[in-house]
Design a protein around this ligand. Structure first.
Ligand SMILES: CCCCCCCC/C=C\CCCCCCCC(=O)N[C@@H](CO)[C@H](O)/C=C/CCCCCCCCCCCCC
Ligand SMILES: O=c1ccn([C@@H]2O[C@H](COP(=O)(O)OP(=O)(O)O[C@H]3OC[C@@H](O)[C@H](O)[C@H]3O)[C@@H](O)[C@H]2O)c(=O)[nH]1
Length: 397
């Protein structure tokens, strides 16, 4: 009987300690977010020394927002940059769109690269390869197709590129768009996601998501260039890891990334989160145990049981108070990340938050039991460690 009691108490203590640690994570995210995000910096006059930046834009297909998203790159307030658009397929309608922007802004240094190399299995790396080989400057910005830039975003990123830093990334967030799916996306990126992202950046753990990342080309070249990471689907994580292994630091900049894809529905959003979860599980197996425990509803349940065992507290009342305080912390964090008025009201937030918190653990389980990864037109499987293998030839639409 005694071993059984010890085991029960052992689990109860573990859940209670883990729960306490999660509140520290909440506090770190809130205070660090307030301190790091949206900080005012003095804009440098355009004649001061700014290093040139080669911006790689991997494109695949068009969506209703692509034109305006890409246009923001032609209107940036940064003295020296080139735009390198990469399109894999010569029948891709994105080509016409890029050409029309290049005609509209003839003074902006922009080039279009059509055709992908086969340097690995990662289609984004394959797509960017020729453009990467042609980059003219010492700094490379990899920027996904759905990203919008403000006029001063590149300047903000470059301001964070100090001597010991080799990679500056934007914390993922999303644009103000209408509809429930858009609210859900904003709620996820502004709460559960930014809580981990900000904490990881604060304690210097690699959490790099590569949708908008400025890096030193010289450091990338020491690793063999972008192609070295073509064997991974999560090239972002491994690029940052290799930089950190060499002693370089990575950091977020003050502006979160504005994701503004024109395709915004619950199914695509959830497929994307599931795909990312599959990548994390393959790269860091411990995630399998710890990630579900970071979910409000899951850890709340376990800890409600634990406090009943340890302190004889009312588990149900504890659970309700736990969810309420978690909810308030998430609201506070979201307002910090948004830094302005939200495009939805508090009722929408309650509904979106509950939906996200209840569906999160289910999506994670779904990812665990369906490890095959579908990314755009291709299907992959991952080996432990993150090496990817394409298992079905490309589907042409
Ligand atoms: C000792 C290991 C403990 C692991 C604890 C794991 C807790 C993770 C909890 C939630 C995960 C949230 C997701 C974070 C954003 C990742 C988005 C993403 O998957 N992006 C991929 C695609 O672009 C990219 O390749 C992966 C990037 C890195 C993922 C690293 C995840 C681990 C982060 C550990 C942070 C520790 C902070 C403590 C928080 C409880
Ligand atoms: O087959 C493909 C798929 C994607 N891409 C490009 O890769 C970028 C990201 O694609 P998606 O928006 O579909 O995917 P995500 O937003 O989930 O990407 C994210 O997760 C996977 C990582 O490798 C990426 O760095 C990260 O940004 C886009 O610019 C897209 O055009 C290709 O060029 N070819």
């Amino acid at each position: 009987m005694a071993p059984m009691i010890y085991t029960l108490y052992g689990f109860a203590i573990f859940f209670f300690v883990f729960w306490c640690a999660l509140w520290i994570v909440h506090l770190i995210a809130i205070f660090y977010g307030k301190y790091r995000l949206h900080s005012k910096f003095t804009s440098q006059p355009s004649d001061t020394c700014y290093f040139g930046v080669s911006i790689l834009k991997p494109l695949m297909g068009v969506d209703p927002n692509l034109f305006t998203n890409l246009e923001t790159f032609f209107n940036m307030n940064y003295p020296k940059y080139e735009l390198l658009f990469c399109v894999e397929d010569d029948t891709d309608p994105a080509i016409m769109l890029v050409k029309s922007l290049m005609e509209k802004y003839p003074k902006v240094d922009a080039k279009l690269f059509i055709g992908a190399a086969i340097v690995g299995v990662n289609p984004k790396i394959n797509n960017m390869h020729y453009a990467y080989e042609a980059t003219a400057y010492d700094f490379i910005l990899i920027s996904d197709s759905g990203i919008r830039m403000k006029e001063d975003t590149l300047q903000d990123m470059m301001n964070h590129m100090t001597d010991k830093i080799a990679l500056v990334h934007q914390m993922p967030f999303s644009a103000d768009r209408s509809g429930f799916a858009a609210a859900l996306e904003k709620i996820y990126f502004g709460t559960a996601h930014s809580r981990v992202y900000l904490t990881a950046d604060c304690i210097k753990v690699n959490c790099h998501t590569g949708m908008s990342a400025l890096m030193r080309k010289s450091v990338l070249e020491e690793e063999g260039g972008l192609k070295t990471f073509g064997c991974y689907l999560a090239e972002d994580f491994f690029i940052a890891k290799s930089f950190m292994d060499k002693g370089w630091k990575i950091t977020i900049c003050s502006q979160p990334a504005i994701q503004n894809s024109g395709i915004c529905d619950i199914h695509s959003f959830q497929s994307r989160l599931t795909r990312w979860a599959k990548l994390r599980v393959a790269m860091i197996p411990l995630v399998t145990i710890f990630e579900p425990l970071t979910e409000c509803m899951v850890i709340g349940g376990f800890t409600a049981w634990a406090v009943g065992v340890l302190f004889q507290w009312d588990s149900f009342a504890f659970y309700l108070v736990h969810v309420l305080i978690w909810f308030i912390c998430d609201w506070v964090l979201l307002t910090i990340v948004q830094n302005g008025s939200l495009p939805f009201n508090k009722f929408d937030f309650v509904v979106g938050w509950l939906f996200r918190e209840c569906s999160g653990p289910y999506l994670f389980l779904h990812a665990l039991f369906n490890p095959t990864i579908r990314w755009r037109t291709r299907v992959y499987k991952l080996a432990w460690g993150g090496i990817a293998q394409e298992i079905k030839p490309r589907i042409k639409f």
